[in-house]
Design a protein around this ligand. Structure first.
Ligand SMILES: Nc1ncnc2c1ncn2[C@@H]1O[C@H](COP(=O)(O)OP(=O)(O)OP(=O)(O)O)[C@@H](O)[C@H]1O
Ligand SMILES: [Mg+2]
Length: 601
């Protein structure tokens, strides 16, 4: 750009200089030539007039023998070729010597003499000898008392004029060339002075256009170019400020969208993915980086989200619905909201899709539903049994006393079962209510576990089980909650005794292992099949519902154990083999020797 602009200016300027120098030179030369010719002619005419006047005043001189010598002297002094002739055209004398015309020449027929004969000023230009130089010839009549008594002619070879002109032309050419050279040099400097800031401006503009917004021209000139440069600099300031503000705004928005709990997908009017946050990527099973900028056809080829997108885009209406997407493990249930966006002119701007994950809400709803159903079911069974037993007692007045007692015992059993169920439900509801935070305090784990062991000794003996409690005598302090620890151990012992047939054994141990206190409840009972081992911690889950019911369990014990273990930061493990027995292990964290402990407040 710089080259071309510089050369454009400079070459046109140079052409102007050369053309004007040439034209002016030619004019000057022409004028000089004209002027020189005029001067020569005037000079010649004066000389001729002088000679004619002198000879006319003194006509005898024409016949004087001195004439040729006088003429010779005048010719030498003036550098002219002179010729005198009588009125009849006969030459009298000529100088310099040897320039006498041939004898036969009719002088009066020659144009300059013909004019002189008519008493006019005769002038002609021609060679006096074949091959000789051209002469400017001027002839005049010599008048004596108004009579033509002769003629005088003077000639000057034009070679003299040409020589003078040559010299002049050289001078003019040299002057013009010097002038042109000076003008060209000056022009070069001026063109550079003008185009250099333009080159700087164009270079900075190019960098600004390529996104380097920190570039400035900074010319500090007072002229129009300086104003242009200043204006561009100020425009760049403004653009940079706006771009920075825009970028900040976009980053803020991106940060906001990224931390949003909802999935957000923005599709541009050109049907490419303009934005997609991490939640959306997870819900749609996409890599969060890759889809951005790619066509929506490739990112979402099929499925309910795509259908909603297409519907929103083609109808321009907002599409809201609940959809189910296959996910890893379980399906995602999403509330989908697709809005077709319009810019301020009403033209399509793209589609914004917001995905609200309902999976957890729906799962909790399901849990609550089944929980209510389970609770109702668990309550209904004993209540129905109690009702039927009371009816039987009331209807049969003469019932045998033994039978009556048997019925009453059954009513008491069912009532106990109800009490236990309600007790467990209360524990669960307490654990779930957010306000209740278990108070953590120093607990003597050894004493608590030993106490639980004693509670079940009698029941185990009734069932003819080998029952063993192996707990160290000295106290073992942990941060916890006595009631929670008791609930854990009691539930595990209750299960072990319940699921171990007569003649089996149940063992309760406490030991310190590294930085944990380890409690084991071991039985030689029926065991738990591997496929159930994961699920027995769910509420109301029982491996064999019919048998468990006969043993009186509602399936809540282990879910309470699991929940409490979590609260106490204890780890719960299970090993079991069908037909051989089961071992539940709870590892309570021990306080560190430096006084702190791992148990969370
Ligand atoms: N020691 C064990 N041996 C074999 N199976 C067990 C043992 N402990 C638990 N189970 C199985 O796990 C199921 C769930 O136990 P959980 O303690 O949660 O309920 P439950 O004992 O049946 O009833 P609840 O404890 O509410 O009275 C039991 O029904 C039983 O099938
Ligand atoms: Mg139980």
């Amino acid at each position: 750009m710089r080259r071309s602009f510089f050369w454009k200016i400079y070459l046109s300027y140079a052409a102007l200089v050369v053309v004007s120098a040439t034209v002016i030179g030619a004019l000057v030369l022409g004028n000089l030539r004209e002027g020189a010719l005029r001067e020569l002619r005037a000079n010649l005419a004066n000389n001729v007039r002088l000679i004619a006047a002198m000879e006319g005043a003194n006509p005898e001189h024409l016949w004087s023998p001195q004439l040729p010598r006088h003429l010779e002297e005048v010719a030498r002094d003036t550098g002219l070729h002179l010729l005198l002739a009588f009125a009849n055209g006969r030459p009298i004398a000529a100088a310099p010597a040897g320039y006498v015309p041939d004898a036969g020449t009719d002088l009066l027929a020659q144009p300059e003499f013909a004019a002189a004969r008519r008493r006019e000023f005769g002038e002609h230009t021609r060679s006096l000898a074949p091959g000789g130089p051209p002469f400017l010839l001027i002839a005049m009549p010599i008048l004596h008392e108004y009579e033509i008594i002769g003629y005088v002619r003077a000639g000057l070879p034009l070679t003299t004029l040409a020589d003078r002109q040559d010299a002049l032309r050289h001078r003019v050419l040299a002057g013009a060339s010097l002038n042109a050279l000076l003008a060209l040099g000056l022009g070069f400097l001026v063109a550079r002075h003008v185009t250099r800031p333009l080159a700087r401006i164009s270079e900075v503009c190019r960098r600004l256009a390529s996104g380097r917004l920190d570039q400035r021209i900074r010319l500090r000139r007072q002229d129009e170019i300086g104003v242009v440069a200043d204006t561009i600099d100020r425009m760049a300031d403004e653009v940079q400020r706006r771009v920075a503000a825009e970028t900040r705004e976009r980053q803020r928005l991106a940060a906001l969208l990224a931390v949003m709990a909802d999935g957000v997908v923005a599709v541009s009017a050109r049907e490419t993915v303009a934005y997609l946050n991490g939640v959306a990527a997870r819900l749609l099973g996409l890599d969060p980086e890759r889809p951005i900028g790619r066509p929506v056809d490739a990112v979402l080829p099929t499925g309910p989200v795509r259908d909603a997108y297409v519907e929103a885009r083609t109808t321009g209406r907002r599409v809201r619905r609940e959809v189910r997407l296959p996910g890893t493990g379980q399906d995602h249930i999403l509330h989908l909201d697709a809005t077709s966006l319009r810019d301020h002119d009403g033209g399509p701007f793209g589609v914004l899709i917001v995905l609200h994950d309902l999976t957890e809400i729906r799962r909790l709803e399901e849990v609550r539903r089944t929980f209510s159903a389970n609770v109702s079911h668990e309550l209904k069974t004993p209540l129905t049994a109690i009702g039927a037993l009371i009816d039987a007692l009331l209807e049969d007045e003469g019932m045998h006393a033994g039978t009556q007692r048997r019925f009453l015992r059954k009513i008491r059993d069912q009532n106990e079962r109800l009490v236990r169920l309600v007790h467990d439900l209360l524990i669960i509801s307490r654990l779930e209510s957010e306000e209740s935070v278990l108070a953590l305090e120093p607990v003597d784990l050894a004493a608590t576990v030993r106490e639980c062991g004693h509670t079940f000794a009698e029941i185990a003996a009734q069932k003819r089980l080998t029952y063993q409690v192996d707990v160290p005598d000295q106290p073992l302090l942990i941060r916890g909650n006595t009631e929670a620890v008791s609930l854990i151990v009691n539930n595990l012992l209750h299960n072990a005794i319940n699921h171990t047939p007569e003649g089996g054994s149940v063992t309760l141990t406490l030991a310190v292992e590294h930085d944990v206190a380890r409690v084991d409840v071991i039985d030689t009972g029926v065991g738990i099949p591997p496929e159930h081992q994961e699920r027995i911690f769910e509420r109301f889950y029982r491996v064999d519902p019919s048998r468990a019911r006969s043993a009186g369990g509602a399936g809540l014990g282990l879910s309470i154990v699991k929940h409490l273990a979590q609260v106490l930061s204890a780890r719960l493990d299970l090993e079991s083999e069908v037909g051989h027995g089961t071992r539940f292990t709870v590892r309570f964290p021990l306080p560190r020797s430096d006084g702190t402990d791992d148990a969370k407040e």
